[in-house]
Design a protein around this ligand. Structure first.
Ligand code: IMO
Ligand code: MG
Length: 415
């Protein structure tokens, strides 16, 4: 499929990095279209753990990375990750949109300040300056990549920004230096990507965060500051909606959330801790422990609906091995009414009582066992695991075509 969007169906951390890597193995180009260095996309190839915050993780498979205008860019991260790609032996053909806004140190400072002000109501942001950068962009006071290439324009804009925030702004020399470094890569990503699609080239749009963190369609205000649903690939990269061929929704075999906000199926017991430990559910970007819970079908149905997902990639199935029973929330009881598909309204979710079904677990499996399963394919999965996957497919009414059973590339089963 020439134009494929990868989107997270939960609260982020679904394993989009690995899925992007797998889909990029025969792709020409991979694009980040929203978010910034709040994303933490990990790929493990040949035992080497590669972490990406800004550059799309699919580039580790050799696809040309692009950063489109809908993102907010942390240039330090970009330079670091370009070095990482170079160390992997990739000639770093890379393009960044001249229109992307950049994150300044002042935005990170503001991010932290606003979180302090919120006190007990803090969002639990990654403090990467995401919200303040997007808000300056919406104010039309943001600094764009192209501004770093024009000292006079930059000075004017910084002067306004200084007045808007009534805070000191870092000196412009450093920004001009960044401009010089980024200059060879600056281009019209939007036209470039459209042209690639005209030529029949394969382009992967690598989403960051997840549906429930979308600023309009998530659990506002406990969300990130960008649109994260599939449609954001169109606005964030200037791609017409009819050009998209398929949308791959990535979901984890259970739920996690990092940061504050409602979480109807959260586990507060020892089992939650066990899954956190086995699944290594600690933030890639911040190291924070993630909150853990069962799958939540009313929210997943919603996520699948608003991104019109074509098929699902299910990740981290291996983490659930050795559990006696596995639960799935199939619907909510909401003040006596049954709810099967739920918009992630904080008010509504606060009163939602999950109704669970319980499935049998499968036995403990080692990494070697999963390797054998990956080599032999779908039929080699334990029967209970197959039932779990097929139950999810039925409940969400979409096919699960890829099941990841380990963090490393190679540990997965195609259906
Ligand atoms: P990937 O791409 C998980 C969460 C933060 C916080 C909220 C707002 O790895 O899936 P922000 O810094 O964006 O203003 O924080 O969003 N968050 C993520 N959680 N994975 C991510 O990205 C996230 N990016 C932001 O924890 O609750
Ligand atoms: Mg993350």
């Amino acid at each position: 499929m020439p134009a494929t969007i990868i989107t997270g169906l939960q609260w982020g951390d679904e394993g989009k990095g690995k899925i992007s890597y797998l889909l990029c193995r025969d792709a020409d180009c991979v694009v980040r279209f929203q978010g910034g260095a709040n994303a933490g996309h990990t790929v493990i190839v040949s035992g080497k753990k590669l972490k990406f915050n800004m550059i799309p993780a699919g580039s580790a498979a050799g696809a040309m990375p692009c950063i489109a205008s809908g993102t907010v860019v942390d240039l330090d991260e970009v330079f670091e990750e370009l070095d990482l790609l170079r160390s992997l032996g990739f000639e770093t053909k890379f393009m960044i949109s001249r229109a992307a806004n950049i994150v300044l140190p002042i935005h990170k400072k503001l991010d932290a300040m606003i979180e302090e002000l919120r006190g007990g109501r803090a969002v639990g942001t990654t403090r990467r300056g995401i919200g303040p950068t997007y808000s300056d962009k919406a104010l039309r006071a943001g600094i764009r990549i192209e501004d770093l290439l024009d000292r006079n324009a930059l000075m004017d804009k910084l002067e306004i920004l200084k007045k808007v925030h009534d805070l000191e702004i870092e000196n412009s020399d450093k920004l001009i230096e960044y401009g010089n470094r980024i200059k060879p890569y600056v281009g019209d990503v939007e036209l470039f990507v459209n042209n690639l699609l005209d030529e029949g080239k394969k382009v992967i749009f690598e989403g960051a965060q997840g549906t429930l963190l979308d600023i309009d369609h998530g659990t506002y205000p406990y969300v990130t500051s960008s649109n994260t649903i599939a449609g954001a690939a169109c606005t964030g990269c200037g791609i017409g909606p009819t050009r998209i061929d398929e949308v791959v929704g990535v979901m984890k075999a259970y739920s996690t959330r990092v940061g504050a906000g409602v979480f109807p199926t959260e586990l507060f017991n020892e089992l939650g801790e066990r899954i956190r430990e086995i699944g290594q559910e600690f933030g890639t970007t911040t190291g924070r422990p993630r909150r853990v819970g069962w799958l939540d079908m009313p929210l997943l149905r919603y996520a699948v609906r608003i991104s019109d997902v074509t098929w699902i990639a299910l990740t981290k199935l291996d983490v659930l091995s050795g559990l006696d029973k596995i639960k799935i929330c199939t619907e909510y009881d909401l003040r006596g009414k049954t709810v099967e598909i739920a918009p992630p309204s904080v008010k509504l979710l606060r009163d939602a009582k999950p109704t669970y079904i319980e499935l049998d677990g499968w036995g403990k499996m080692t990494k070697e066992d999963w390797k054998a399963v990956s080599e032999r394919g779908w039929d080699a999965l334990p029967d209970e695991a197959k039932t779990y996957i097929e139950t999810i497919e039925k409940l969400v009414n979409k096919p699960i075509k890829l099941v990841s059973v380990g963090a490393e590339a190679g540990l997965e089963v195609m259906k």
